[in-house]
Ligand binder design. Sequence first.
Ligand code: 1HN
Length: 356
Amino acid sequence: MEAANSSAMAKSGDSVAGAVTPERAAYYEKIGKKNLAPLWEVLKGLVPAEPRTPCATAMWRFEDVKNMVLEAGTLITAKEAERRVLVFENPALRGRSRITQSLYAGLQLIMPGEVAPAHRHTASAIRLVLDGEGAYTAVDGEKTVMRRGDFVITPNWAPHDHGNTSKEPMIWLDVLDLPTVNFFDAAFSEHLDQEKQSNTREDGDSYARFGSGVLPDGAKVLNRSPIINYPYARLKPVLERMEGAGEIDPHHGARVRYANPFNGGWATPTMGAQLAMMPKGFKGKDYRSTDGTIFVCLEGEGTTKVDGETLEWGRNDVFVVPSWKRYAHMTKNKSVLFSISDRPAQESLGIWREQN
Ligand code: 1HN
């Protein structure tokens, strides 16, 4: 097998070694039987001169996906499904439950009165609320009611359950580092005895304690944010302030990072999220970085040019820009774009790069 793969790689132009002569082929066949393979036939593919992602640029319009996930609401309950989610599958990575090589993303629906039972897993999750208002998530004994635009964190191994006590369906984007955790073969999960966690902390406790410019004395320093919910209502005025003051990055607009208050770093060690406001008529400069990035339009309308392809986005549309593809945003109206990627993981490995 190894020998056959090596010759296929050679044909695709990854060989540094020239032709696979009959003598070499026979040799590859012989060593292949001992689970050995010649590095020189695959070296170029293993150490490309620059990133060559198999991931494709892709976009999902909320108008389409909303109706499809609502239809799932007539076919299966949240309890039966455990989580009723449509997975955003990168069109070039179908069947692998991922939107980029390292990240999973999906659209979750919870209908009025439903409960998504308590469980925990080693993958970290974030949620960005897109539609509806008033469902809650409970994380580690703290319940938080979610509103549109809220950014909610479920740290790794934290027990979590969701419920919808409102009268409307609630839809949010989930992003998890599942492909990353599974890549390391480090995944565990379990169900909790109680379907719904009992409250051990007051609602809003983590934001009050850690999101107010102080840190409680003696708080244990964590490598991820202790804040469960970063409410959009608190963040939008920050963007307005920056934009109003002209603090507008030529590529990204007026942008903030969802920060870990302990160290100013990213909210989770594997996934980093940002929120950017761009004025009407913004013409962003070209940018690229090694973190394939998921974008969500929270407000406004615009276009993003990715390697010559133009994506047109509006409210709640989701799109993905693969690693190292050049992109530039332009807006028709004042817009707010959420983005998330594996940048913290890459930074901790010292491999993240950007080019302005
Ligand atoms: C999960 O726990 C949630 O808690 C959503 O809402 C999506 C996808 C795979 C594995 C666990 C949730 C998930 C998930």
